[in-house]
Design a protein around this ligand. Structure first.
Ligand SMILES: Cc1cc2nc3c(=O)[nH]c(=O)nc-3n(C[C@H](O)[C@H](O)[C@H](O)COP(=O)(O)OP(=O)(O)OC[C@H]3O[C@@H](n4cnc5c(N)ncnc54)[C@H](O)[C@@H]3O)c2cc1C
Ligand code: FES
Length: 244
């Protein structure tokens, strides 16, 4: 874990109420796909947890949805402004668990951490099938970016305004051959998905957070090995260990 200053290189809207912020700074504490950062915001006591969408040496990409004061404040920030960010938080996805073909399922802004994972899986020569679920066409994001990585992508929308009408579980019958599931999104989506998908997998949990690094126990969830901290023991857990 490391606290350092990042400079905003760009910050723009990519979908309904959803922004992509690219920052420059020291990313050396980030060790893999599915980790998150905690962002210090002026006037806010608690830092805001946001997943790493992508990173490389010196560059960090975040995608965030404006839901309250903190994220609204972020959306108004401009190129050149700085943010103090805690990096290297949490345990992420294990790309080596997939042996041949991965199924990635993202719901809403939960799609963000799956992008870096897809890039990692493709660089290891794995096939990637992606199902993305949104409420409507205006919320759709990252579809082209996943396609550019060579992934097979299906978009679903609850209102049918684009892609398959319905939920991420609806097109499951049309995809096959995968040996591992990776998912991030609303709990209700992940719960339904984990019941339908029979192969093993991992999911990224979300809970309100205080410290973000394991001290306050404000972010616990129930697992088969007892109460675990989402920030420190997760956010990524094995699909089989979560007690819904
Ligand atoms: C591990 C993790 C990764 C996340 N990754 C992303 C991401 O990549 N993109 C994205 O848009 N959102 C992500 N979230 C949710 C994001 O943290 C909240 O939407 C954000 O903190 C809301 O802040 P706010 O000030 O705008 O909202 P407010 O409602 O004003 O926030 C009040 C307080 O509640 C907390 N809070 C509110 N909603 C959530 C939430 N859903 N989860 C956790 N804390 C919350 C805030 O951090 C703050 O401390 C993630 C959450 C977690 C736990
Ligand atoms: S947020 Fe403090 S222990 Fe997880």
């Amino acid at each position: 874990m490391q606290e350092s200053s990042f400079t905003i290189k760009s910050n723009g809207k990519i979908a309904l109420n959803t922004f992509r912020m690219i920052l420059e700074g020291d990313t050396s504490a980030i060790s893999g796909s599915g980790q998150f950062v905690q962002i210090e915001l002026p006037g806010k006591f608690l830092r805001r947890p946001i997943s790493v969408c992508d990173y490389d040496a010196g560059s960090l990409t975040l995608i965030y949805k404006v839901v309250g004061e903190g994220t609204a404040l972020m959306s108004r920030m401009a190129e050149g402004e700085t943010l103090t960010i805690l990096t290297g938080l949490g345990h992420g996805f294990d790309a080596d668990k997939c042996k041949g073909k991965a199924l990635l399922v993202g719901g809403g802004v939960g799609t963000a951490p799956l992008y870096r994972l897809a890039r990692e899986l493709r660089s290891k020569g794995k096939e990637v099938t992606v199902i993305l679920g949104f409420n409507c066409k205006d919320e759709v994001m990252l579809e082209e970016e996943f396609k550019s990585l060579g992934a097979e992508v299906t978009v679903t929308t609850a209102d049918g305004s684009v892609g398959v009408k319905g939920f991420v579980t609806d097109p499951l019958g049309n995809v096959g051959g995968y040996d591992y599931l990776y998912t991030c999104g609303p709990k209700v989506m992940m719960k339904a998905l984990c019941r339908k998908v029979t192969v093993p997998g991992e999911l990224s949990m979300e809970e309100r957070m205080g410290c973000g690094f394991g001290i306050c126990y404000g972010c616990t969830c129930n697992t088969s090995s007892g109460t675990r901290r989402v920030c420190k023991d997760g956010p990524v857990f094995k699909k089989e260990e979560i007690i819904w």
